[in-house]
Design a protein around this ligand. Sequence first.
Ligand SMILES: [Fe+2]
Length: 365
Amino acid sequence: MTIEADQIPVVELDDLGSHNTTRRERATSALRRAFGEFGLVYVRGHGIEGATLDDFYTAFLDFTARPEAEKERVARPDIWYQRGWTPPNTERAVIAGGQPDFKECYFAAPEPFDPIARVQYPQIFADNVWPENAPGFKDGLLSLGHSLHEVGLKLLRGCAMALGLPPYGFEELVYGGPHVTRALRYLPLRADQVNTGILWGEEHTDFNLLTLLPGGRFFDPAGAGCRKPDEESGLWLRTRATPSDPKGRMVAGRAPDGCVVAQVGQQLEILTGGTFLATPHVIRAPGAPGYSRTAVAHFIHARSMAVLFPMEPFRSDDVLAAYSPPVLAGTYGTKTLVDIGLAPVEALNQLGYRHYDRLDGQRNG
Ligand SMILES: [Fe+2]
């Protein structure tokens, strides 16, 4: 069953920070409903211009149009693709149907790092890499990432208010975290692939804390910008299960013009004991060949030394059981990157004691 997307609340960013109680309450109640029921909110008043996005997408498409061998020079399997170019068919959804991965991506970190985390998690806090001779690419991605990060921090302050937590409760948990901005290009389908059930992004929940999406662009088979080719394609999300809708409802993530979309990730779900639920979402491919789509996503993460466990006000017996045992956000990140096929399974060996061989060495002289 599907319902209209206009039921997803819109929040005015300025209202969240307003001293006017009516405005603030309007925004926090919208946020509670949006993140509680849909796991997603539309954000107005974020200050990111459509033209800034268009300029970046132009630079990004110039890069993706380069020969594969050239793009490989900024692909970094050694750091689990956490920076630079990710080729198609590299990543997989955790609950995947085994279909090919129809996207290529580019990762960069727009915020300063925690220097200790850089030693603890060298792949996740690696330096950015950039293609040569790509005007507008580096600055475009970094400045979009930074602007989206600021929007996310304001929303997190709003979330804390909406849930009656200390105002900086979430913000201090994310300070210095491995935040990353990703540019994506969903690849065109061939005629024989259309309407065969192929998805651009299989249904999944994001493993970070909060995801910000400033709005994608579609391109027709000739490469010109175009409107969404059909009503089915693009972002769809699944609402929370209820007794009458045990599977939840599939809702089109059709943001009103100019809105940023913000989505709840697994880390925010854990911290709120499921009061805010990570949004299952899927990117449906168009029902016509040759269309592609670009998008940007900024992922806010808990800092790596933060413990992922429900915060005190959310700890009922059921919630404690559902989100136990507690885990460090850095450990959680490594485990997830193995699950989605970006990190090698051996990375899990780093999560326990690593110096058993010292005893062997001592005993054997
Ligand atoms: Fe996602």
